[in-house]
Design a protein around this ligand. Structure first.
Ligand code: GDG
Length: 740
């Protein structure tokens, strides 16, 4: 592999001025630590591994000094700077990133600003990052972009370097569509398109991935199949990769003498009191106020615990330039003062509050000594503090109280999980934690530790990058060849030299163009002649394989010697034979779901309900395009939920949403035909998702043709139905070209 180019807003270090000297100091934070531990391990085990980190150095640099900084960063830190002015940082970072995206994605819509100027600044800053990446990338490099400050970067890169391997990871939650849609439509589209410029988009939890896929569908109309999104000419992927920590680093530090000494120093001040510990950046998403009220409720409900416990509350200064954060600091100071004033005594302060950054060893010492960690964010992408607490317990003793709103809650099921908004739940959990037996503590902590040890930060990065490699490979496989020139002549030759030929042809979009209503797509003379010629060709067995009902197909092709598969593979008849069901099917579900579809017919003028024996289809070809498209997305979304308990699947086709029994599809029907006729060559053609089932199922050496798009499981593509018909005619015509 080429080099790994990491792109994030902040680098793994910050630049600061020490007098006239520029100095580098390490910057904390989950992203930087996780990636640094991956890079270090990789460098130690793979001598060929090369990595370059592109990002903002954390301070504005005078133009006169930029060249020098760039050179030093390259030589000393394998990093490449993106220089931003103070004004740019204000509008891009404090502005759109932290006053729009951060609050909204953490479910604080009332704190969200909608400022067009800031969005423009965000776009410009993203362009600057993309430009910097393009300056340093070489062919074969892999680019991995991180987090909410750089959502537009993947697509900006894609536009300029179409073949680049690009990954994107979001470290904060992706909100549900109801919240995401609060962004103006244009921003929403640009953001999703921005992210989809990446070949692989990663999230911490399955929910975030699903919310993203749903927002993509509802906003841009791209469907997905198990997280794979087919957009015009490409397939992108969205998957879940929960971030881990550098487990060994915490475990080793916790066992070190240095940490033991700090711990002893702290303990001497605590007089044997039970410590409840928390550490967060000062942020409204962390629920610090609610947590303190929960602690207050605990002291109120358990007077016997007063004087016996102490809450060490560490709050790390953050985003101090944003007004909302300054306000929060005041509120927090007041709340701590009030609780300490109300419950404290001459020899006991209930909350030991520190507003500062801790040294790493101090942090581990506190994790290690605290019998209880109270980690209760209102929302958190993952939350590494919860994981670090567990990794700092060599003896397995301790209890983690964790908010169910943190991404980490998905992996840490053995923790005491609480709703962070509910103070009595926090109070009860505190009491429960203090009563938990040592054996039970060890049992639960060991289970979680084992998971954290195996799935650590390095493993997280490795998984992501390996998946990105696979996505790229799969894209290569899905690129089809245009059925023209030599490729086409070779295909015709294969057809002519085969003995028994099965030909499976989709109808709408493949042999005829789409008509305003289903019954209007009547086959013309030219098509009927083409099909008859195929049927007359020696040892050729043409079949229509369509989602349409059998009556309509019969009425059009009654006099043509051709087999027909109807309703996506529910029914089948051979040429001149009788109809039979491919497998027994139920249809009672239709009565229950029909009224829901009817509701959409009433709501969207011009749309109509088509009823077939084993399926229901809502067509909106004649409806207002925008209303139709947005209602179709809503309907599909609704139906996926409604049909969870039925044996029914929901399919979005071209201007149609269709419900049909699961377990039938064109692929399964095709296998029946193959078993029946034992052909030595299969030709199959189709134009939409339902035909992909067919292409996926047929043997690899089949001659499969997708109409209209180049990314498909088919081997070849043609542009439209005309090109398709011309190819079919060529199969049966005698032409010297073919034999040449
Ligand atoms: C984003 C997402 C997601 C904190 N105080 C001190 C200190 N820290 C370190 C901790 C931990 C990290 O900072 C904070 O962890 P978070 O999980 O909150 O990570 P962030 O980078 O802030 O946030 C978050 C994360 O990305 C990773 O994807 O989990 O949900 O918001 O590592 O140890 N370290 C030291 N002193 C401190 O005072 N030394």
């Amino acid at each position: 592999m080429g080099r790994l180019i990491i792109v994030s807003n902040r680098l793994s270090f910050s630049l600061a001025k020490d007098g006239d000297e520029l100095v580098f100091s390490p910057s904390a934070g989950g992203l930087a630590t996780a990636l640094t531990s991956y890079i270090e391990r990789k460098r130690a085990t793979d001598p060929g591994f090369e990595c370059l980190w592109v990002g903002w150095p954390g301070a504005s640099v005078d133009e006169s000094e930029q060249e020098d900084v760039r050179r030093r960063m390259g030589a000393e830190r394998q990093a490449y700077p993106v220089f931003l002015t103070d004004q740019e940082i204000e509008a891009f970072y404090h502005g759109f990133s932290n006053s729009t995206l951060w609050p909204l994605f953490h479910y604080f819509p009332s704190y969200t600003q909608y400022d067009e100027e800031q969005f423009s600044a965000y776009r410009r800053a993203n362009e600057a990052f993309a430009e910097a990446v393009l300056q340093v990338t070489r062919p074969g490099d892999v680019v991995w972009v991180h987090d909410y400050q750089l959502l537009l970067v993947p697509n900006l890169l894609r536009a300029r370097a179409p073949n680049l391997s690009i990954g994107f990871f979001l470290h904060i939650p992706f909100p549900s569509f109801e919240v995401f849609r609060l962004l103006p439509t244009r921003w929403r589209k640009e953001i999703l398109e921005g992210m989809l410029g990446a070949d692989l988009v990663g999230f911490h939890t399955h929910d975030y991935t699903q919310y993203f896929l749903r927002s993509v569908f509802r906003t841009l109309g791209y469907e997905h199949h198990l997280g794979q999104i087919a957009i015009a000419e490409e397939v992108r992927s969205a998957e879940t990769f929960p971030i881990g920590i550098d487990y060994d680093r915490f475990m080793e530090a916790a066992k070190s003498e240095e940490v033991a000494a700090i711990r002893a120093r702290f303990e001497a001040e605590l007089h044997g009191r039970d410590v409840i510990f928390s550490v967060d950046r000062l942020d409204y998403s962390k629920g610090i106020g609610q947590r303190l009220r929960g602690y207050e409720a605990f002291l109120e409900a358990h007077p016997e615990r007063r004087g016996q416990v102490v809450f060490i509350l560490v709050v790390v200064p953050s985003r101090t330039a944003v007004e909302r954060y300054q306000l929060m600091k005041q509120e927090l100071d007041e709340l701590v003062g009030r609780i300490n004033g109300a419950y404290g005594a001459v020899d006991w302060v209930p909350i030991l509050y520190q507003y500062r950054t801790l040294e790493f060893t101090e942090l581990v010492a506190l994790y290690n000594l605290a019998p209880v960690a109270l980690i209760t964010p209102l929302r958190d992408g993952m939350n590494l503090v919860a994981k670090e607490y567990l990794a700092s317990k060599p003896d397995g003793r301790g209890t983690l109280i964790l908010s169910e709103m943190a991404g980490a809650a998905r992996e840490l099921g053995e923790a005491l999980q609480v709703n962070p908004n509910h103070k009595s739940e926090i109070a009860d959990a505190l009491e429960q934690a203090l009563c938990q037996s040592p054996d039970e503590q060890v049992r639960l902590v060991r289970l979680m530790q084992e998971r954290l040890r195996r799935y650590d930060a390095s493993r997280w990065a490795t998984n992501f990058l390996e998946t990105l490699g696979r996505v790229k490979e799969r894209q290569g496989k899905l690129a089809t060849r245009h059925l023209v020139g030599d490729v086409r002549r070779a295909a015709v030759r294969r057809f002519r030299s085969a003995h028994r030929k099965l030909i499976l042809l989709d109808y709408d979009g493949t042999l005829v163009p789409f008509a305003p209503a289903p019954h209007l797509a009547v086959p013309d003379r030219n098509l009927l002649d083409t099909v008859c010629a195929l049927a007359a060709h020696p040892e050729s067995l043409p079949y229509l394989i369509s989602g349409r009902d059998r009556q309509m197909l019969d009425s059009w092709f009654r006099d043509v010697p051709i087999g027909v598969i109807a309703e996506h593979g529910a029914w089948m008849r051979t040429a001149g034979g009788d109809w039979g069901l491919i497998k027994p099917l139920a249809f009672e579900w239709k009565d229950q779901l029909r009224p829901l579809l009817q509701f959409y017919v009433d709501r969207v003028p011009g749309s109509l309900l088509e009823e077939k024996e084993y399926s229901l289809a809502w067509h909106y070809r004649r409806a207002d395009p925008e209303l139709g498209a947005s209602a179709a997305k809503e309907l599909t979304d609704d139906m996926v939920n409604y049909t969870a308990n039925f044996d029914v699947q929901v399919l979005e086709g071209k201007k149609v949403v269709e419900l049909r029994n699961s377990g039938i599809n064109k692929g399964i029907a095709a296998l029946h035909c193959v078993a029946l006729h034992a052909p030595d060559l299969i030709v199959a053609a189709g134009d939409d998702q339902t035909d992909e089932d067919l292409f996926r199922t047929l043997p690899e050496q089949s001659l499969t043709i997708r109409v209209g798009t180049i990314h498909s499981h088919a081997a070849y593509h043609v542009t439209d139905h005309r090109e398709m018909r011309a190819f079919l005619r060529e199969l049966t015509e005698s032409s010297d070209l073919v034999h040449s």
